[in-house]
Design a protein around this ligand. Structure first.
Ligand code: MG
Length: 268
């Protein structure tokens, strides 16, 4: 099941609210993509359809989840990316945070933070946590995962190199595009990840190349941090990271999930 968060476009509202809502992505008998609206937030209220069906083209898709507390990220989780960065292979997952204020939705702009000269893309599979949990053994990781979405770990590479901590480099406003929806049933063991910038292929890899797998990551992260419903965990990026020029459009595609597209604005 694909769950999206959306707001009705003003011109299609017809008196209905344009406040953010959730819906199940589907197809009607005419082959048109639709959203079946659901009541409340599925992370808390479960999935209860209201009966209202809305054409997908009548809505703006929003970030499918706004993390209540945190975005946890795993760095250096693909060997070929570690090589291109001339980094050491980590013995344990390397973790860092993005604040929830960094999260944006599909088609919103990644805005270069003032002062950086090098903002880059990192396409990643993201885990969406479904329940409050701590110290989850890897065998039970599935029980706490609500679903998966696509993320772009936008990075001010110059600041990542110059700063001892990555808070600025990885946590600036708009540095965490997520979407376009959450897929609740997905075999993540071997999915292709690609990133294009203005249609040109930049990154390609497969989730099977992750050094630390999804279940190990959930175990490791939850051993240190309490996870809350709606928290997200980014699982690392394959090789091919590179610059996001002003005015460009970046798309991260993950097999079985879809495509997350964002434009890029250099703030000068
Ligand atoms: Mg990353």
């Amino acid at each position: 099941m694909r769950i999206a968060r959306f707001s009705l476009l003003e011109e299609h509202a017809q008196g209905r609210s344009t406040d953010p809502r959730f819906g199940i992505v589907g197809t009607n008998p005419e082959g048109q993509e639709t959203l079946l609206a659901i009541t409340g937030d599925p992370l808390y209220a479960g999935v209860q359809p209201t009966g209202e069906t809305i054409p997908l083209e009548h809505v703006k898709l929003l970030a499918p989840v706004i993390p209540r507390s945190k975005v946890v990220c795993v760095g250096r989780n693909y060997l070929d990316h570690i090589k291109e960065m001339a980094s050491d292979v980590p013995k344990e997952p390397l973790l860092f945070f993005k604040p929830n204020t960094a999260v944006i939705g599909p088609h919103e702009a990644i805005v270069w933070p003032r002062g950086s000269e090098q903002v880059e893309h990192e396409g990643e599979l993201a885990i969406v946590i479904g329940r409050l949990c701590k110290e989850v053994p890897r065998e039970r990781a599935k029980d706490v995962i609500f679903g998966y979405t696509i993320a772009n770990d936008a990075t001010a590479r110059d600041w990542q190199k110059s700063d001892g901590q990555w808070a600025r480099a990885k946590g600036f406003d708009t540095s965490c595009p997520v979407g376009p929806w959450i897929e609740t049933e997905l075999d993540t063991s071997d999915l292709e990840i690609t990133v294009t910038v203005d249609g040109e292929l930049r990154q390609t890899g497969r989730t099977s190349q992750m050094i630390f797998k999804i279940d190990e990551i959930v175990e490791y992260v939850s051993n240190t941090f309490t996870l809350l419903p709606g928290d997200i965990i980014l699982t690392g990026t394959p090789s091919g990271v590179g610059l996001l020029p002003h005015g460009s459009e970046v798309s991260v595609t993950i097999e079985g999930l879809g495509t997350l597209t964002n434009k890029v604005v250099r703030n000068v």
